[in-house]
Ligand binder design. Sequence first.
Ligand code: NAP
Ligand code: ZN
Ligand code: ZN
Length: 349
Amino acid sequence: MTQAKAYAATSATSGLNPSVIERREPGANDVEIAIEFCGLCHSDVHTIRSEWGPAKYPLVPGHEIVGSVRRIGAAVTGFAVGDRVGVGCMVDSCRECDSCLEGLEQYCENGNIGTYGAADRRNGDSITQGGYSSSIVVDENYVLSVPAGLDPAAVAPLLCAGITTYSPLRYLDVQEGEAVGVVGLGGLGHMAVKIAKALGAEVTVFTTSPAKTAAALELGADHVVVSSDPAQMAAAKGTLNAILDTVAASHDLNPYLRTLDLDGALIQLGLPENPMPSVDTGLLIRKRLAYGGSLIGGIAETQEMLDFCAEHGIVSDIEMVTAAQLDQAYDRMVAGDVKYRFVLDNSTL
Ligand code: NAP
Ligand code: ZN
Ligand code: ZN
């Protein structure tokens, strides 16, 4: 075992505090990563504060990990010491079920093994601990290559926010000229804007924050709709082919369904603590709309997304924080006061 510095929560109200965790010695197929940066995802907040049910404390969150390879196991073929690599939201899966065999490990029928808070079936059911730590050991099949030429700190959020928005845009096969709506301009939302624009879409941002209008246009959005303004919502009626909903709190989807055109689709990405109000099935039926959900992306698709972002010069817009600022950063994220992703400088642990 190797000791790693970390910031952990010990209860739903403890906040994050300095701790030391143990990492396994790299096995034959493992890569040991010295973590340089880790993005702060709203899922970290939901989990640490037990908003999705009781978390397994003590718990170190973080699943937008970028670092450099420090040691490799004897059978590792894809990575060498010194390579810049990433780890996203999962560190393993069964590798045998239909989903895993199709490269859809996130939908593993036996449950993907999350980067934190999951029982690690291949490693004695120990509880996985995430990226707010100085190192991590991961099977090479769940490690990504970070393309050269991109700012590594700003790449970190691609490992969750990037793939979570890239995957449904590809699944919906968004084509050049199609109209895509993005609800909520936070970590996921701003990546959705950048990726949808790079795919050639015409992008409409729906925000609850009128102050974000100029920033949304600067990010590349073609239109901004302040969702609390009925006149602006009415003007957007029937204009969109697809919507990604990235809001972290419960809200009514029906006003957004009305902005879809015939055969449009709304994909739910945000997973709020409290249930969402029900969807008006009449809206779905009268325009043959689809309402679905999507979970991160598979490993091969995550690598494809990183390469796509490198090709298009896309990274996240970030604000660096020190370990001592983590609690304050969470409060600011919940208040919507971030442009658009906090990234932990792991050298401050
Ligand atoms: P975030 O950075 O906090 O952004 C969420 C945005 O939602 C806010 O910036 C805000 O945008 C909007 N919002 C509107 N009302 C809100 C309210 N009452 N409270 C909070 N936000 C509100 O969060 P994120 O990291 O992008 O994550 C968004 C959601 O996606 C979370 O629920 C997270 O757990 C989930 N998630 C899902 C997956 C997946 O695989 N499906 C992956 C990662 C995260 P405006 O100010 O523009 O309205
Ligand atoms: Zn996440
Ligand atoms: Zn599986």
